[in-house]
Design a protein around this ligand. Structure first.
Ligand SMILES: NC(=O)c1ccc[n+]([C@@H]2O[C@H](COP(=O)([O-])OP(=O)(O)OC[C@H]3O[C@@H](n4cnc5c(N)ncnc54)[C@H](OP(=O)(O)O)[C@@H]3O)[C@@H](O)[C@H]2O)c1
Length: 226
């Protein structure tokens, strides 16, 4: 087991982030999870640092003294309202958690990342636009600009940056009352995406075999994009 591989995983307390943290631990990584609530993950190799990613000061404090060979930004929240009843406060929080926190995380962790380092951001299949989900889609589509810019910046250092964009995935987010106006669509494969399937893709992107994949958006949609 190579204990020098250390991943910082945001959103490790639930859903996709938790599945990613568990998968990386099983693969022999050390993992530091960032979230407000404590994850139900235990065992050697895992540490939790409480952080509110909507609050830059809280995130800065959680990042003190941290270095990483990989960053996976899975923390996120949904909000779905049609025009005429947009929730602007929720929209600002989505922008803070999805975009500003990603920028702060990468700004703090990328400079000391070694060759072979990895950054993966969780996007969404709906980032190209979805009725009733404009704030969410906008904050996720902004990750394209961040990830492709960082991929270009970091390629000469052997560090890759990619987006992983799932369709409806079976996590607590699907049952969030804040999305009551926009029910999730069942993918054509006839079932929801499993968080473990997203985690497997992230694990591959973090592995040496994925060293030539950078600046890409890997869509895991069960046919929803067809
Ligand atoms: N589920 C889907 O269908 C789907 C589809 C496409 C993309 N995604 C994306 O995948 C990512 C994970 O979603 P999920 O479905 O796993 O959601 P989830 O089960 O609701 O988990 C969300 C995670 O984000 C963390 N989080 C939210 N706000 C935070 C804040 N202010 N500070 C720190 N952590 C915060 C939560 O931790 P605490 O509450 O403990 O802070 C939790 O660990 C998100 O970026 C989401 O947009 C999900």
């Amino acid at each position: 087991m190579d204990m020098t591989r250390h991943a910082v995983v945001t959103g490790a307390s639930s859903g996709i982030g938790e599945a990613i943290a568990r998968r990386l631990l099983a693969d022999g990584w050390q993992v530091t999870g960032l979230s407000r609530s404590a994850p139900a993950i235990s065992g050697a190799g895992f540490a939790h640092r409480p952080a509110d990613l909507a609050d830059p000061a809280s995130l800065e404090a959680a990042l003190q003294g941290l270095t990483a060979t990989a960053l996976v930004h899975a923390a996120g929240l949904m909000g779905a309202q049609p025009l005429g009843s947009l929730d602007h406060a929720r929209g600002a929080t989505m922008w803070q958690v999805h975009v500003q926190a990603a920028a702060l995380l990468a700004d703090r962790l990328a400079p000391a990342m070694p060759e072979g380092g990895r950054i993966v951001l969780l996007g969404s299949r709906t980032a190209n636009g979805a009725a009733g989900r404009s704030h969410y889609a906008a904050s996720k589509s902004a990750l394209t600009g961040l990830s492709r810019s960082w991929a270009a910046e970091l390629a000469p250092r052997g560090i890759t940056v990619n987006l992983v964009s799932p369709a409806a995935t079976d996590t607590p987010m699907l049952r969030d009352p804040a999305r009551a106006h926009s029910v999730p669509k069942l993918p054509p494969i006839g079932r929801l995406i499993r968080p473990e399937e997203v985690a497997a893709t992230v694990a591959f992107l973090l592995a040496p075999d994925a060293a030539a994949i950078t600046g890409q958006n890997i869509v895991i949609c069960g046919g929803s994009s067809l």
